[in-house]
Design a binder for this molecule. Structure first.
Ligand SMILES: [Zn+2]
Length: 247
């Protein structure tokens, strides 16, 4: 019999299987996205049921079977209780986890993505940070990590550093106000461009260390939405639910 493996990560989702079992998807630092069965998860006496619920973060010991892994043990360091107990935070959190599940690769080191998700859920728990800002920072960082966020640091026409300008969704680029004096494209202020570039280039440890005014947040939101629409072939269900809840 193959040896057990130990992985560190977070439960992204769970689905009941039959009367008592469930199947979970785990984002792991060591091996990326994995799925595993939890035997007897729905029995009241099963300690593994709670330890493998969505948002549980910790260390999982998995036994390899013929076709699939089974969770043998779980040591949870963070349940994100405050997210689970709050409807709005849960809606944001489920959206983040669905995006992570879509972008996570299998059989690959995903320690950076795992850290991004962990830090994002910590930011969602932090009452000092606006949830919408957390959402936009997460989206834009995830896009950048996957090579999908356009470089808006220079004007796409004159190549000079862009201080303020206009975003062109059809080109996924931005142009400076000298090259585009007319009112074409979506206006991006100095602060919005600074925030956008900061999110793209900063390390994960510093990602949730700033606040922005509402007008800057709405500019970041516009850009993030346009890039995501460009990338997606379908809008995630959790995003539709989140939009219903917050609008
Ligand atoms: Zn220019």
């Amino acid at each position: 019999m193959a040896a057990e493996i130990i992985v560190n990560g977070i439960i992204l989702s769970g689905m009941p299987i039959g009367e008592a079992d469930k199947r979970v998807v785990i984002l792991t630092k060591e091996m990326g996205r994995m799925s595993a069965f939890v035997r007897g998860a729905k029995r009241m006496t099963s300690p593994l049921g709670a330890r493998t619920r969505t948002f549980a973060f910790g260390q999982f010991t998995l036994s390899p079977g013929r076709n699939a892994y089974t969770v043998a043990r779980a040591e949870i360091s963070e349940y994100f209780e405050d997210i689970v107990k709050d409807v709005e935070k849960t809606a944001y959190g489920c959206y983040f986890l669905e995006l992570a599940q879509d972008f996570a690769r299998e059989n690959t080191d995903e320690s950076e993505l795992t850290e991004l998700v962990y830090r994002t859920l910590k930011a969602l728990s932090d009452e000092r940070i606006a949830h919408q800002l957390t959402r936009r920072v997460f989206e834009l960082k995830l896009l950048q990590m996957n090579g999908l966020s356009p470089d808006l640091s220079v004007c796409c026409v004159c190549r000079k550093p862009l201080v303020e300008g206009r975003f062109k969704p059809s080109l996924m680029q931005a142009v400076c106000t000298d090259c585009e004096p007319e009112d074409k494209g979506f206006y991006l202020s100095r602060s919005a461009l600074y925030a956008y570039n900061f999110i793209r280039t900063t390390r994960l440890q510093s990602l949730y260390t700033f606040a922005v005014r509402d007008d800057v947040l709405s500019q970041l939101s516009y850009v993030s939405d346009r890039i995501l629409m460009h990338v997606w072939d379908r809008e995630p269900e959790s995003r539709k639910m989140l939009e219903v809840l917050i609008n």
